[in-house]
Design a protein around this ligand. Structure first.
Ligand code: PLP
Ligand SMILES: N[C@H](C=O)CCC(=O)O
Length: 427
């Protein structure tokens, strides 16, 4: 690791807990010193020592067009020049709401917030206010941000650091969250059979991306749709990661299942802090100021953030955008799988749209239990070998990766060449 990164990390640890402003950035899972980035352009990031990396993290998903995309940067600059925040409605928020309601199949109304966590936290409160019930169902290894009632057997950094259920969450709050196995239709059906009338909401990542990547079995999503309808529970698709990442209609468009509420973040802010939740009109109308469920935000619908989001969403509607993104992502995962096979490494990879999973196992996992059986030590060796080669993968075996529209054949070829040398170190 180069010296300026190290010096910055040492100084940061004096002033910022763990030296980072979000735990997964700390390299706690893979070991070593986190990279401090100073610049990004297209698919490339440069660290503080000017070393370039092909980036497959994309700010954990938002950078779908690549870094510093000129039209998005221009939209931000123009919006900033008009005023940074008004704390009052703007015409651009309406434009954003119109676009989201047009593109997300189940969305009839939407409210903007400033992060994915705010979106999921608010959606759960709304579902509870709407149904008058308290209990919610989530799935082990899914991460929905850091609200108390969702930090129960959670994925992402919580899983990486071995605290899937955080300290500081009162036991009585956690007791309202039932945790079931992802892709387990029988477990879900059984739970609804015994306490269906008490369930306010089921929240799910329709493609799980916070315990590596787990694709949903279509019958799993269908079962939760049917059970929620049957028992009057609110189905929430947490599309903070999958929204506009797996397709223009999000995961719900891809799998043809309409949730009652959807949460969004990441891509819809184009790299700026934006989240959103929306869905059925009769549910959304329970929100203040119309209804009794309170929810608010000083910077909600911030004009600069909305400008970045709108510019990004407009560009995603270009013909064939998702076909090209998906095919480039598949080229990466197919390429990595075949290099590993040639070299006799037990490894596989898969993608959904522009997100992907890498597994040191013979087949792609379908549950949290199977993810835990992948070889984490091999992933860590591979991660560091790739980092040395100038390829920046997510610094944890429990995170999905992301390809942007700026990644082309040149980056994929360079990545596969790097992987050949990195796999040699895993052997
Ligand atoms: C599926 C999912 N939901 C919610 C969140 C929380 O979003 P944020 O980090 O913007 O609060 C994340 C990511 O962190 C996520 O991946
Ligand atoms: N897995 C998380 C989001 O999807 C990673 C982002 C973070 O928590 O810093």
């Amino acid at each position: 690791m180069t010296s300026r990164n190290q010096a910055l990390f040492e100084q940061s640890q004096q002033l910022i807990p763990g030296g980072v402003n979000s735990p997964v950035r700390a390299f706690g899972s893979v070991g070593g010193t986190p990279v401090f980035f100073k610049r990004g352009k297209g698919p490339i990031l440069w660290d503080e020592d000017n070393k370039p990396y092909i980036d497959y993290v994309g700010s954990w998903g938002p950078a779908i067009l690549g870094h510093a995309y000129p039209k998005v940067v221009k939209a931000v600059q123009e919006a900033a020049a008009r005023g940074l925040s008004f704390g009052a409605p703007t015409a651009r928020e309406l434009e954003m709401a119109e676009l989201l309601c047009k593109l997300v199949p189940s969305m009839e109304q939407v409210r903007l917030v400033s992060s994915g966590t705010e979106a999921t936290m608010s959606a759960i409160r709304l579902a509870r206010g709407f149904t008058g019930r308290s209990k919610i169902i989530k799935f082990e290894g899914c991460y929905h941000g850091h609200a108390d009632f969702l930090l129960v057997k959670a994925g992402s950094g919580a899983l990486t650091f071995g605290n899937p259920s955080s300290a500081g969450v009162p036991a009585e709050v956690a007791a309202q969250t039932l945790v079931l196995d992802y892709n387990d239709v029988a477990g879900l059906t059984e739970t609804f059979k015994s306490i269906g009338s008490e369930i306010a909401a089921v929240i799910v990542e329709p493609v799980a991306g916070n315990m590596n990547l787990i694709a949903p079995k279509p019958e799993f999503l269908q079962a939760m749709r049917d059970l929620c309808t049957q028992h009057g529970s609110v189905l929430i698709f947490d599309e903070v990661m999958t929204g506009f990442r797996v397709g223009l209609g999000c995961a719900q468009g891809l799998y043809g299942i309409k949730p009652d509420l959807t949460t969004l973040g990441k891509v819809i802010g184009g790299g700026m802090p934006v989240g959103a939740f929306g869905g059925r009109r009769d549910i959304m109308e329970k929100l203040a100021p119309l209804g009794p469920v309170y929810q608010a935000g000083t910077l909600s619908g911030n004009p600069v953030a909305v400008a970045a989001g709108l510019a990004t969403l407009k560009l995603l509607q270009a013909p064939e955008f998702y076909e090209k993104l998906s095919s480039m992502t598949r080229k990466l995962t197919d390429g990595l799988t075949s290099v590993a096979k040639e070299m006799g490494i037990t490894f596989c990879a898969q993608s959904v749209g522009g997100m992907f999973g890498l597994y040191f196992s013979a087949k792609a996992p379908t549950s949290y239990a199977e993810v835990m059986q992948c070889d984490k030590e091999k992933f860590n060796t591979f991660f560091h070998a790739m980092l040395d080669e100038g390829v920046y993968l997510a610094p944890s075996a429990f995170e999905a990766g992301f390809v942007s529209a700026a990644h082309g054949d040149a980056e994929i070829t360079a990545t596969l060449e790097a992987a050949r040398r990195a796999f040699a170190k895993v052997k």
